[in-house]
Design a protein around this ligand. Structure first.
Ligand SMILES: *Cc1c(COP(=O)(O)O)cnc(C)c1O
Length: 236
């Protein structure tokens, strides 16, 4: 069993991150209530997730379907899951009813499968479009000039609700160098919001990770996805 010292340090790490988030909001004239922390718990145990939940953390991000399905029944505290990883259409059924948001929709066929599965629940799944801003071969996501087309397609689905955009920008040692990508995602989101697509709200921007979440918040992030700064480095 993990000791209370570990619980203390988890609480302290989470508090420290929340303080840095609030400070970034204040610096940029934003309301801290607009920005939520997703604790990215991939490769971390149900027990560790429970310890984080005990400090008041409610939102957790996972990247692998099998891992989420194995772990979620073992987590005792009431938590909310966001699926932030690449998703194959044939695995969508395993996420049905388990997750509150899907961050990485990058093709209509995936959205159609989400629509089909959430129709069975008579519910609507919140989704984000993943945008590949720099056109990196190694990363998923739609090109910026294809986002509008996909957004228009998603707006036709009765059991999918497009809430905004997500990105995983190119890594840079200095978070300041990532700022232009975050700004670009916000501008793209504003352009889409101006289209007033039916049922599309564009109120969510998922951007910023452990080493650059403050810059992301300054540029308009409403969800930051933080893993290693909370849980320590992941074993690969
Ligand atoms: C793992 C992961 C994160 C968290 O990364 P850290 O650098 O550990 O904070 C955020 N977003 C996505 C999509 C991830 O896969």
């Amino acid at each position: 069993m993990e000791t209370s010292t570990n619980e203390m340090s988890m609480a302290q790490r989470l508090n420290h991150i929340r303080q840095r988030m609030d400070a970034a909001c204040v610096r940029s004239g934003r309301n801290p209530a607009e920005v939520e922390l997703i604790a990215v718990s991939k490769k971390k145990s149900a027990r560790t997730i429970d310890i984080a939940a005990q400090t008041g953390q409610r939102l957790f991000g996972e990247s692998y379907v099998q891992e989420l399905c194995d772990k979620s029944p073992e987590v005792k505290r009431q938590v909310s899951w966001h699926f932030i990883g690449a998703l194959q259409s044939n695995k969508v059924k395993y996420l049905r009813g388990q997750v509150a948001m899907i961050h990485a929709v990058d093709r209509f066929s995936l959205a159609q499968e989400l629509n089909k599965q959430w129709r069975k629940l008579d519910a609507r799944i919140d989704v984000l479009i993943q945008v590949n801003l720099a056109g990196e071969q190694s990363k998923a996501g739609v090109a910026p000039d294809k986002v509008q087309q996909l957004a228009e397609q998603l707006a036709t689905l009765s059991h999918v609700r497009l809430r905004g955009l997500m990105t995983l920008p190119p890594y840079a040692e200095d978070p300041e160098d990532v700022r232009p990508w975050f700004r670009q995602l916000r501008e793209l989101s504003e352009q889409l919001a101006a289209l007033h697509l039916p049922g599309v709200s564009m109120d969510t921007l998922s951007m910023g990770m452990s080493h650059d979440f403050e810059v992301a918040i300054e540029e308009g992030a409403t969800l930051v996805r933080v893993g290693s700064a909370i849980f320590g480095e992941r074993e690969v």
